[in-house]
Design a protein around this ligand. Sequence first.
Ligand SMILES: Cc1cc2nc3c(=O)[nH]c(=O)nc-3n(C[C@H](O)[C@H](O)[C@H](O)COP(=O)(O)OP(=O)(O)OC[C@H]3O[C@@H](n4cnc5c(N)ncnc54)[C@H](O)[C@@H]3O)c2cc1C
Ligand code: FES
Length: 508
Amino acid sequence: MKDHAGQSISVWMATAELPSFSKLLMNEQADVCVVGAGIAGLTTAYLLGRAGKSVIVLDDGPIVSGETERTTAHLMTALDDRYFDLERLHGEKGARLAAESHSAAINRIEEIVCEEHIDCDFERLNGYLFMPPGKSTGILDREMAAAQRAGLSDVHMVARAPITSFDTGRTLCFPRQAQIHPIKYLAALAQAITRDGGRIYTGTHAAKIEGGKSARINTQDGHTVTASAIVVATNTPVNDLLAIHTKQAAYRTYVIGATVPAGSISKGLYWDTSDPYHYVRLSVGSDVLFVGGEDHKTGQADDAEARYLRLEKWARSRFSMMTDIVFRWSGQVMETVDGLAFIGRNPMDEPNVYIATGDSGNGMTHGTIAGMVLTDLIQGRDNAWATLYEPSRKTLGALKIFAKETLNVAAQYAGWVTPGDVKKDVLVPPGSGAVIRRGLKKIAVYRDDAGKLHEMSAVCPHLEGIVAWNPAEKTWDCPCHGSRFDRFGKVVNGPAITDLPAEEPPAH
Ligand SMILES: Cc1cc2nc3c(=O)[nH]c(=O)nc-3n(C[C@H](O)[C@H](O)[C@H](O)COP(=O)(O)OP(=O)(O)OC[C@H]3O[C@@H](n4cnc5c(N)ncnc54)[C@H](O)[C@@H]3O)c2cc1C
Ligand code: FES
C-alpha cells in the first residue's frame, strides 16, 4: 500500500476511522470502473450504484487517502474565483450554471446525509468574504452584483462579519453554505456503495488505462478490470499526458488548527481576498479554529515552517483567544486557468473514458458535481452543466494566465543544469532528502531515520521535470505539473503513473 499524500495529519484523519478494503486479487468486470476513492470517485461510484450500474472502485492507498483527507471542507457557493471573473471567462450563463451546480452539490450532499442517516457533522452556516486591512471594498460590491446576477439573490453586504475579536469591515455574506467532516461522510458513502453491490479495492495501483470497446485497467499487480466505461478520479488525471496539464497547475496550501474557548468565535466560514487568500472555519464543537492559506506552486518552495508561522501570526493578530496550535497540515489544490473544474470525457481519448479534475479550491463541491455530471453522461443522459465543465474547452479570456503558467513550467526545466542541493549523499541528514548531481544524472537521495540511504532518479516520469524535496511532508514534489512521490519514490499524486526508478548507490 502506498503512503498517504504526506506525513502531516489533518483533524479529520485524527478524529475518524475509515473502513478497510482488500486488494484486487483477480480479474474482474463491471459496467463502470472508477479509479480514485476521494470525494469525486466515491460520489460518482455511489450515484452510479444508486442508478443501478455495477461499479468497481480502485485506489492504490486506503480510501480517502488523497487530498480529500487534507481539505478544510467548506462547502460553498462563494467560489474561490470571483463571479465577476467567471462572467468574463464563461459569460453570464456560465456564471449562472456555476452557481447553480455548486448550490445543487451542497443540496445533494445534504440529501445523501439525510437519506443515508450519516453522522458527519454536516451543518449549514453563513459564509463571509472580507477585504484585507486598508483595501477598498469595491471588489465586494462588484462581487455582490455578479453573484446576484448568477442567481445567488440572497448574497448581501453586512457591516462586518460576526467576529468580535476583530473588525473585518464591510463584508459580503453568502447565506446557507455548509461544513462537514469529510472522512465521516465518505466512510459512510463507501459502505453504501458496497451495500448497493459495488466493489472497492484498495492498495491497487492502476498502471494502464485504456478506453474503447474492450476498455480495461491493468493494475500494477498484473490484474485487469474490464468495463464499459472508466472514470479517472485521481485528483489530477494519470491517463492524460499533456492536454489537461497545460490548463491547470498544482499549488500547495497550508492549514493550522488552534484551540479556542468553545463558542468564543461565531460559527461560520470566513475568507479574505488576499493573494493567496486565508480561509477559516471552526471544528464542530467550535473549540478548534482552522486557518489556511500561504499557497505556493508545488515543488517551488521548501519553507513550510515559515508559512505555518505566518499563518499563526495572521490568526493570532485577529483571534486573540487562540491558545495552542494543535494541528498543522498541508495539501494540494489544482488551479485551472479559468476557475472551474474539468469534468467529462478525457480529451483525445476513447469516448468511454471520463475524468474529474481541476478542483480550483472548491473540490468538495466540484467532486460532487463530478458525480452528478458523470452519472448522467455514462447513462447517455443530457446534463445541463456538462458543457460548462467540458474538459476539452478552450477559454479565450484565460489566455494570459495560460501563457503565464506555461512559462513558469518551462522555467522549471532549468533544474536539469543546476547543481544539486548538496554535493554528496553523505551530507543528507537522517530523516531527510536532497537532490544531488552525479555526473550528468540528478539523483533523489533519502536517508531514513536509521541512517540507510535510499536513492532514486530525480527525473519525474511524467515529462522529466526534476523533483524537489518537501521537508514538511517528506515527499518528492515535481515543480512542473505537481506529481508527487513518497520518500522512497512511490508515486502518490499524478499526473505521473509510475514511481521514481531506484538508483544503486555507488560503493563509497
Ligand atoms: C488544505 C486544503 C483545503 C481545502 N479546502 C477546501 C474547501 O474548504 N472546500 C472545497 O470544496 N475544497 C477544498 N479543498 C480541495 C478539495 O479538498 C479537493 O479538491 C478534493 O478533496 C479532491 O478530491 P478528489 O476526489 O478529486 O481527489 P483525492 O481525494 O486526491 O482522491 C484521488 C484518489 O486517487 C488515488 N489514486 C491516484 N492515482 C492512482 C492510481 N494510479 N491508481 C489508483 N488510485 C490512484 C489516490 O490514492 C486518491 O485516494 C482543499 C484542499 C486542501 C489540500
Ligand atoms: S509532473 Fe509533469 S514533469 Fe513532473
